[in-house]
Design a binder for this molecule. Structure first.
Ligand code: HEM
Length: 508
């Protein structure tokens, strides 16, 4: 869900969002803060090093704007496995290491949804527009609907339509050109998400999808520090968030009404949810949940898997052979049907169980890319970690790079090397919860199967349908291996120069 949603774009902090008085106060306190910072840096309160400095806002600001760097540098400076800081009146405790990790993922006094609500917050809440509903913010309720809706039988049913949608969209790019994967591949994921979670009328309306996508990005980008911490302030980000939430609510509501009034029910997601007796508000809440849980991480990892495959000839050849074998063994080889129609005849069970190379590529992509911060809040009682006590009400932050980019676990962690999971190395077994690409413990990802299927379908369409390669803005293979910007919370684009995919369609 939100685990990569853990970093920040450079446009994330807009000064227009910060009230003038706040800037003035922050500026004044800033100088003092620099002066006192070194002396106060190591203060220990309650046994946990406090990096709060004089101004908690100034200290904590980079937690929102450059979260990855903020946590990493404070761990380095303190040399501790646990430190804390304040975000306004909230205490946030950052942890690293195996013991902290176990407590973070397994302890039942920690709340998942409370953790993300205040410190992440891009996902719209219907309560923000006075449309509350008893179930909507309950993750168990959401998981139940998701499991019911995205079971294997339904995925088998939806796969051909999904492939039709993708083929239509990819054909619109033309037969030979260059695309920005972080836009065009995202579009594919958005389209699939809409198809999976709503209805045919919407999935077939490109203008409506484009509009919904722009509202989605408005919401993602409105999660500025000011908007998150001071949601009642009438700043632009807060107003944008409310307006976008209202509009999204209205759009989805109208499609649900259309389906409610339809004479003949279909197997679309909305119809299934209506048949289950859900009211319109609950269905809108569910759709918003799927969109915000699914799009970012599936989009980011589809893009990077394609880019990484272009940089590793050996694994590209393995994946190519696997896709060819799948087509040869599970589709009619004498058929003159176009590629997407042939792929559509492969059962979901085969996509899930007979693609070990693709699975390994996805696993390695997640390991390199998914290094944001996961969040929890202690809601039931104080929590003991090592010899320290985290008070009830505090937030906990755990950065996935603690395992994924840890050289003691993964050799040369920034190198794309799927062989690291193979026999003889099995680096992901070198520690408790050493791989966290799909979460662990009490909150593993409930969208994993559908996310993997989506990524595999995109990769298969590229691998079997196109000659493609990664290029820089001059159209040449990049001189430097593209690296993920871990502070880019929304898109995890490459750091520095952009990269593109140059392609030529080779089959019908
Ligand atoms: C490549 C795509 C995805 C990745 C890498 C991913 C990763 C994760 C991770 C790491 C967590 C645990 C977060 C934590 O512990 O704080 C998580 C939880 C979750 N994910 Fe995903 N996710 C992906 C796609 C999806 C999709 C498509 C959906 C829904 C359609 C989804 C729904 C959820 C939900 C509901 C949870 C919370 C489960 C619970 O609390 O019981 N995810 N995901």
């Amino acid at each position: 869900m939100a685990a990569n949603s853990t970093t920040t774009t450079s446009s994330f902090v807009s000064l227009q969002d910060v009230p003038v008085t706040f800037i003035a106060a922050a500026g004044a306190v800033g100088l003092l803060s620099v002066f006192f910072y070194s002396t106060l840096f190591s203060s220990r309160k309650g046994g946990i090093v406090d990096v709060g400095g004089v101004s908690s806002i100034l200290t904590a600001w980079p937690f929102f704007t450059k979260r990855y760097d903020f946590l990493k540098s404070n761990f380095q400076k303190t040399g501790e496995a646990i430190f804390k800081f304040k975000v306004l009146h909230h205490t946030v405790v950052a942890i690293r290491g195996e013991e902290g990790r176990k407590a973070f993922f397994d302890n039942k006094s920690l709340s998942f949804s409370e953790g993300y609500k205040i410190l992440m917050g891009a996902a719209p809440r219907l309560s923000d527009i006075s449309m509350d509903h008893e179930n909507i913010e309950n993750v168990s309720w959401f998981n139940k609907q998701l499991t019911h809706l995205l079971n294997r039988r339904r995925l088998d049913e939806v796969l051909p339509t999904l492939l039709e949608d993708l083929d239509r969209q990819m054909s619109s790019w033309g037969t030979e050109s260059t695309i920005d994967p972080f836009r065009n591949v995202y579009d594919l994921v958005f389209l699939m998400t809409v198809r999976m979670a709503t209805c045919d009328e919407l999935a077939r309306d490109p203008a409506a999808i484009k509009h919904i996508q722009s509202l989605y990005w408005t919401l993602e980008k409105s999660a500025t520090p000011t908007a998150l911490l001071l949601p009642w302030l009438p700043v632009r980000a807060n107003k944008n968030k409310e307006a976008a939430t209202k509009e999204l609510f209205g759009i989805f509501y109208s499609y649900i009404e259309k389906r409610r009034e339809a004479k003949v029910p279909r197997s679309d997601a909305i119809d299934v949810l209506l048949a289950d007796g859900l009211d319109n508000t609950a269905i809108v809440g569910f759709i918003l949940g799927v969109v915000f849980a699914g799009v970012i991480n599936t989009g980011i990892n589809s893009c990077w898997a394609l880019i990484f495959l272009c940089t590793n000839k050996e694994w590209r050849a393995k994946v190519q052979a696997e896709v060819n074998a799948l087509i040869a063994n599970h589709t009619n080889t004498t058929s003159s049907e176009p590629l997407h129609k042939r792929l559509a005849t492969i059962p979901v069970s085969v996509w899930e169980d007979e693609m070990p190379c693709m699975d390994t590529v996805i696993r390695e992509t997640l390991r390199i890319v998914l290094n944001g911060t996961t969040l929890r809040r202690t809601v039931l009682e104080d929590l003991g970690i090592k010899d320290k006590t985290v008070g009830k009400g505090a937030f906990l932050a755990y950065q996935l790079s603690d395992v994924h980019l840890n050289p003691d676990i993964y050799r040369d962690p920034l190198v794309f090397d799927p062989d690291r999971f193979g026999p003889g190395r099995e680096e992901d077994k070198k520690g408790h919860y050493a791989f966290l690409g799909w979460g662990a413990g009490r909150h593993p990802c409930t969208g994993m199967k559908v996310a993997k299927l989506e990524i595999k379908v995109i990769l298969a369409l590229f691998i079997a349908g196109y000659d493609f390669d990664v290029v820089d803005s001059s159209g040449n293979f990049p001189t430097e291996f593209p690296k993920v910007n871990y502070n880019d919370i929304h898109q995890a684009r490459p750091i520095g120069k952009p990269v593109f995919l140059k392609y030529k369609r080779v089959v019908e």
